[in-house]
Ligand binder design. Sequence first.
Ligand code: C2O
Length: 366
Amino acid sequence: APITTPDISTCKASVDGFFNLKDRVRTNACCPPLPPPTVKSVKKHVLPKCEPVRLRPAAHRVTPEYLDKYQRAMAAMRALPDEDPHSFVQQAKIHCAYCNGGYFQEGYPNKELQVHNCWLFFPFHRWYLYFFERILGKLIDDPTFGLPYWNWDNPSGMSMPAFFEGKILDPNTRELNPAFDAFRNVEHLPPAILDIDFNNAASADFTCVQQIGSNLSLMYKQMITNSPNSATFFGGEYKAGDDPISLQNSKGPIESGVHTAAHIWVGNPRMPNNEDMGNFYSSGWDPLFYTHHANVDRMWKIWKDLKGPEYPDHTEPTDPDWLDASYVFYDENKELVRVYNKDCVQMENLHYEYEPSPLPWLKSRP
Ligand code: C2O
């Protein structure tokens, strides 16, 4: 049977212990607010029918007009009261609840629900970003608003996008930068180049040119060599009743590779739990998380669109236990809705697309 997110009222009040969180700087109370008692059941989300397509731009080359929208939307989200399902705090907690054992699987009251290390990784984060983006668009009344993506697979986008840096936007008004997060590794601010192989222990002593070359060939390896079919690209099967602990080694190459490396590279190694990006429970507190994951999501689309005899099996899983797995989110109207993997397979149906960017790694076969 498919993994099913339970009624959110059964969410665990705190997630201490799961990853031996010590001296936390973010809350471990990660449950969403409950809907009003008049709401008896969670509706199935209805995909948008007639609305404009949102264009997700590459973060390193956004226009001033776009940046202004992004900053207004993020500032508005941060200004909402914490209990509001649309607040940045609640959005951040979603990651903690789904990734640090906030939920037990429906029907399995002692099996935690974990969306990482398995084939739920891509679809869960696709839905998470989808609602995050729609909420931001609603806050600035712009149905065309799309999230920026961190284009780390292209040499011109391999540094942290510039507008995430700096606490203050304008020294005169002292206006805060809503994309800033205090818990990042300051050694990795621009112009440092992401190391796609980064794991905190030892890092290769590359020049920037070597680092870019290494990143491109690793992208090839993760997207092509090690991802010939759905079983490899998406990660291991995870079905109702499975123990998430047994899944430590069944991450797909993108999840275990560039995705995790960027998390650890951005997080602050001097914080007790590598906050924010270096730990599941705190990742959602860094606005860069959503821009990082937009590019992870873009990799799914790019991988799927690689057609031809070299790529015969670039398709999604067809097992009903993958297709029918479901999660629960608050939508842009603050309604609690259930969404299924099968409904996010066709990205077009979600009405967003990625601004194209060249894929030099496709020619970087190691
Ligand atoms: Cu839910 Cu990048 O992790």
